[in-house]
Structures are given as structure tokens and as C-alpha cells.
Design a protein around this ligand. Structure first.
Ligand code: 5GP
Ligand code: ZN
Length: 112
């Protein structure tokens, strides 16, 4: 499987873990764009949020749940944080294994 995030999930490529369970893995982004920049990925390979099926709804909810937990653990739940799901090329998605960015720890610039 030539997917960089599958390799990270399978520990073939090292990463700095933040959270893991049977379905979801979270790790620090290699090129942080904010003081806190963490990625949450489903362990199973799904290309993007656009490819989630109804049977993946519980997984999607879990990703949001994990995001909230991480925000709290990193102390940005009260100052605020942004969850980003770049979907497809026009959105700038560069890794085609769905992932949620958690960004926070400073005032974030406006989108668009
Ligand atoms: P996208 O632009 O697809 O939404 O975001 C992909 C993110 O993955 C980027 O923020 C990039 O820095 C991060 N990334 C790419 N390769 C690696 C890697 O090998 N390790 C880690 N930790 N992050 C990566
Ligand atoms: Zn993958």
C-alpha cells in the first residue's frame, strides 16, 4: 500500500503519537502551521471525507470526539481551535487518506 498515512498507522513510517484506539490514530503534523497542529486519521484507508459511507458515520463521529479530547488535553479548548478537512485537489488535499487537522494555540488567520 503506497499510502503515507497507512504507513504511519502501521508504524512503517515513524510519527509522534497523540492518541490511538482501534479505529483512529492521531499524531503531530510534520510541518506545523500553528503551535498545536495535530492530524487525526481513520486507521482504515478512506481517500477523503467525500468517500465516507453511511457505515462510516460512527468513525466520523469518533474523529470529532477525539478532536475534542485532544483540544482539551492540549489546553486549547477554551482559547479555540480549528478543525480542517481538506477534500480534493482544489482544497489543497495533498495526502489522499482522509485526515482532520486540529489547529490552535494562537490566533489563526482568516480562511479564503
Ligand atoms: P493536506 O494538505 O492533505 O490536508 O494535509 C496533509 C498534511 O500531512 C500536511 O499538513 C503535511 O505537513 C502532513 N504530512 C505529510 N507527510 C507527513 C508525514 O510523513 N508525517 C507527518 N507527521 N505529517 C505529514
Ligand atoms: Zn491510507
Amino acid at each position: 500500500m503506497e499510502c503515507i498515512f497507512c504507513k504511519i498507522v502501521n508504524e512503517e513510517i515513524p510519527s509522534k503519537a497523540v492518541y490511538k484506539d482501534d479505529f483512529v490514530y492521531a499524531f503531530y503534523d510534520i510541518a506545523p502551521k500553528a503551535p498545536v497542529h495535530i492530524l487525526i486519521v481513520p486507521k482504515k484507508h478512506i481517500v477523503s471525507i467525500d468517500e465516507f459511507k453511511e457505515e462510516d458515520n460512527a468513525l466520523l463521529l469518533r474523529m470529532f470526539d477525539v478532536a475534542r479530547q485532544i483540544a482539551k488535553r492540549k489546553g486549547i479548548n477554551e482559547t479555540g481551535y480549528r478543525l480542517v478537512l481538506n477534500t480534493g485537489k482544489d482544497a489543497g488535499q495533498t495526502v489522499f487518506h482522509a485526515h482532520m487537522h486540529i489547529l490552535g494555540g494562537d490566533t489563526l488567520t482568516d480562511l479564503g
